[in-house]
Ligand binder design. Structure first.
Ligand code: AOF
Ligand code: ZN
Length: 362
């Protein structure tokens, strides 16, 4: 199962809206266990892991054991159910790490296998698989994406400089780590302040990873995103969603709102109308659009809004060695102590920088 979990990580963030599942098929003919099939859910989500691993194993699947990180599907979706393929292959035993909360499956996959006389074991390495499947499981169970908040903080506790665009707080290694993270995540979100001050591209700029850029989301109540911004100009290449609040435009008699909306839409920007005070509603809307994992990248107000709403599952706190001084924008929380409600799970070094990972303390 460890090998299946490891395999599943290979396509993390590239199988949306399907989860990236790992499957290993092992048989033992007396000389010790041999892996005869292995697969991860294909890019784009299909074919599923099991059908590919079974194809690889061929006749060797008969009487063998399949290890899967997620319960095999039992529904006729865009592909025939994996349970049918497993039963037809003559597999002897199926070890399942986590049951699939998808209401079309949720226990039926395991039950069908048992009814067919296959031995089924549940719960093996479930902690590891739950982690690998965390985004998918969050969207299925809580109808919202899994949210990671990323912040970079200077040695004197600042996250930027007032009135300035991007301030380099971390070095090249940390930035590369963030680009890797962007490539594994479904969507990335910034506030309009950051979008205007930094004019970021929010893509994953690493060799070979350009194809895997996440959906880019801007919290932009009044639709102030400049038409000349990098985000607006590249909206046709990589999806951009501007989260507007037409109620505010109406309340403030903002006559140009509709014109800005039309102009942004003409560039390919999708406008999502959502009450900006209700982040939970926004997350639900993103989940229904297939977003399972969201990276919140800035700035301070956006970070505080997500933290205050209790909608952050993981915090990545990059700490740089430089100082910004009095012109700095202070971090939304005391950076020497652990944010309340979170626990420190990992500390890693990236060149001269340090990244502390906090997870919600359940
Ligand atoms: C599996 N093995 O590798 C994956 C599964 O749209 P469909 O037909 O592809 O079905 C999507 C559902 O399939 C998804 O919600 C989840 O329940 C399951 N994903 N199942 O047996 C796999 N990726
Ligand atoms: Zn399946």
């Amino acid at each position: 199962m460890d090998e299946a979990v490891r395999l599943s990580a290979q396509h993390l963030g590239q199988t949306a809206t399907n989860p990236s599942v790992g499957c290993i098929i092992v048989r033992d003919d007396g000389d010790g266990p041999v892996i005869v099939g292995r697969a991860v859910t294909a890019l784009g989500g299909r074919p599923h892991a099991e059908t590919q691993a079974l194809k690889m194993a061929g006749e060797k699947a008969r009487g063998a054991t399949a290890y899967v990180t997620l319960e095999p599907c039992s529904h006729h979706g865009r592909t025939p159910p994996c349970t049918e393929a497993l039963i037809a292959s003559g597999i002897g035993r199926v070890v399942i790490s986590v049951l699939d909360p998808d209401e079309r499956v949720s226990g039926r996959g395991a039950a069908l296998l048992r009814e067919a006389g296959i031995k089924v074991t549940l719960g093996t390495r479930s902690q590891q698989s739950e982690r690998a499947l965390e985004a998918y499981l969050m969207r299925q169970r809580s109808k919202r994406p899994h949210v990671t908040l990323k912040l970079a903080i200077s040695a004197d506790g600042m996250i930027g400089r007032k009135g300035e665009g991007q301030v380099r707080i971390t070095g090249a290694e940390a930035r590369e780590a963030v680009h890797h993270l962007r490539a594994r995540i479904d969507a990335i979100l910034v506030g309009i302040g950051t979008a205007i001050a930094d004019d970021p591209e929010l893509t994953s700029r690493l060799p070979g990873l350009e194809e895997r850029s996440p959906v880019r989301i801007v919290l932009d109540r009044r639709l102030d995103l400049p038409l000349s911004s990098k985000l607006a100009r590249t909206a046709r290449d990589v999806r951009v969603i501007a989260v507007a609040d037409s109620e505010i435009a109406r309340a403030t008699v903002d006559d140009a709102f509709d014109a800005r909306r039309t102009a942004l839409e003409a560039l390919g920007v999708e406008v999502l109308d959502c009450n900006s005070a209700k982040l939970a509603d926004l997350l639900m809307a993103l989940a229904t659009r297939g977003v399972s994992s969201l990276l919140v990248e800035g700035g301070a107000r956006t970070a505080v809004a997500f933290l205050d709403a209790g909608l952050v599952d993981r915090i990545l706190l990059f700490r740089g060695p430089g100082r910004i001084g009095e012109t700095g924008i202070a971090s939304p929380f005391d950076t020497r102590s652990i944010p309340s409600g979170f626990r420190l799970v990992e500390t890693r070094g990236f060149g001269a920088d340090i990244c502390d990972t906090y997870e919600r303390d359940i």
